[in-house]
Design a protein around this ligand. Structure first.
Ligand SMILES: Cc1ncc(COP(=O)(O)O)c(C=O)c1O
Length: 383
């Protein structure tokens, strides 16, 4: 072992629960309903577009802010969905995934000592992204079991150090979605303040039961103070592509790009070229919600044969289930046992809380083939 020592930037961080559960799943040959990725095929046509882009010479660096026709196609999409005009030249940057976009957004705005309001349970990259920038996460728990925001509590946590509020709808891990009233509260609370919003909208299209996605992009006053992050991986069933983008007003995007240019500089060219054409086929994203809703309904139907009790989900890849009727074990212990003994991997929701709040619930990913869902539930019936 080397005698050289470094001071950890993230002393409290270990390996993410997704890696832990996926490794345990592989070790025990378990069906992995833990990590959020589809196990079904992505579009052959989009793959063909990538091949075509490679064959026609799109194999060198593209512009550091992203392939312009792709940014233009995104601006068209935003206009079509939210009737908001976005200048693709100054306000959209293509990134290697949404996690990177979120990290860069936080790095763009944070100074040591700043506070950022984070709702928990939260996607696991948020707090490390805040802390590595010397800032502090001020956590607020979503109200169990509906996972809604208590806006009075938010108001009570805002002070002169509050630099940002992070939101995520549809929400990972719970599948809750923000309503129009939440956006009104957010508008009122941030009006005439210096607070910036970092909005994680990777599940923009994965929304069910005729609910409408409350994007920041719909609200000009919020958009003026927001960095909004998206993922192509979640829209086109290709999470391994790690391609996403950020939309922000010009004054924020200018600073975002200063960081981006020395970190990643430019993203995968052939995929950007392919997506710039594929994005024009609107049905691919418009029909996504009903496609995933069918999977949710199918999974819910199957799960009725088990003793696990569903909490509602209105979006994302996920549904949370309570095992209160089955065990007093901690979520982690129960999830480990489920993987080892029943052969089904899930994610304990406590892993998404900095304080480890344990409501005896597990997160299941239903964005899988019907045969995968059937095989997993078959293993859970005996519980
Ligand atoms: C809420 C949320 N944000 C961001 C991401 C990451 O997106 P990407 O793979 O594009 O980095 C995920 C992926 O699971 C997510 O659930």
């Amino acid at each position: 072992m080397s005698s050289i020592q470094i001071k950890s930037k993230l002393p409290n961080v270990g390996t993410t629960i997704f890696t832990v559960m996926s490794s345990l799943a592989a070790q025990h040959n378990a069906i992995n309903l833990g990590q959020g990725f589809p196990d079904y095929a992505m579009s052959e046509e989009l793959i063909a577009f990538v091949n075509e882009a490679m064959k026609t010479g799109h194999n060198q660096y593209v512009h550091m802010n992203g392939f312009m026709p792709l940014r233009e196609a995104l601006a068209e999409k935003v206009e079509y969905l939210y009737t908001t005009d976005i200048n693709p030249d100054t306000r959209i940057t293509i990134t290697p995934g949404a996690t990177y976009a979120i990290y860069t957004a936080l790095t763009t705005i944070l100074q040591p000592g700043d506070e950022v309001i984070v709702f928990e349970p939260a996607y696991d990259s948020y707090i490390p992204g805040i802390e590595i920038n010397g800032a502090r996460a001020v956590t607020i728990q979503l109200q169990f079991p509906g996972y809604t925001i208590n806006w009075d509590e938010v108001k009570s946590k805002i002070n002169e150090r509050t630099r940002a509020i992070m939101i995520n709808s549809p929400h990972n891990p719970t599948g809750s979605v923000l309503a129009e009233n939440d956006m009104e509260q957010l508008r009122a609370l941030t009006k005439d303040t210096n607070i910036i919003i970092v909005s994680d909208e990777v599940y923009e299209h994965l929304i069910f039961d005729n609910k409408k996605h409350e994007s920041i992009l719909k609200y000009p006053d919020l958009l003026e103070k927001s960095l909004v992050c998206f993922s192509f991986g979640k829209v086109y069933h290709c999470t391994g592509w790690k391609l996403g983008y950020c939309i922000a007003p010009e004054y924020l995007m200018k600073e975002f790009r200063k960081i981006h240019q020395f970190n990643c500089f430019t993203c995968d060219a052939p995929k950007q070229v392919a997506l710039s054409s594929f994005l024009k086929k609107r049905e691919n994203y418009i029909e996504l919600g009903s496609f995933l809703q069918k999977k949710r309904d199918y999974f819910q139907g199957l799960m009725q044969q088990t003793k696990l009790k569903p909490l509602p989900t209105y979006g994302s890849y996920f549904q949370v289930y309570s095992y209160n009727d089955l065990s007093d074990e901690s979520e982690k212990d129960f999830a480990f046992r489920l993987t080892k003994e029943q052969g089904v991997a899930t994610i304990p929701v406590s892993a998404f809380y900095s304080s480890g709040t344990d409501n005896h619930v597990l997160r299941f990913c239903f964005s899988k083939k019907e045969s995968t869902l059937e095989a997993a539930v078959e293993r859970l019936i005996g519980l």
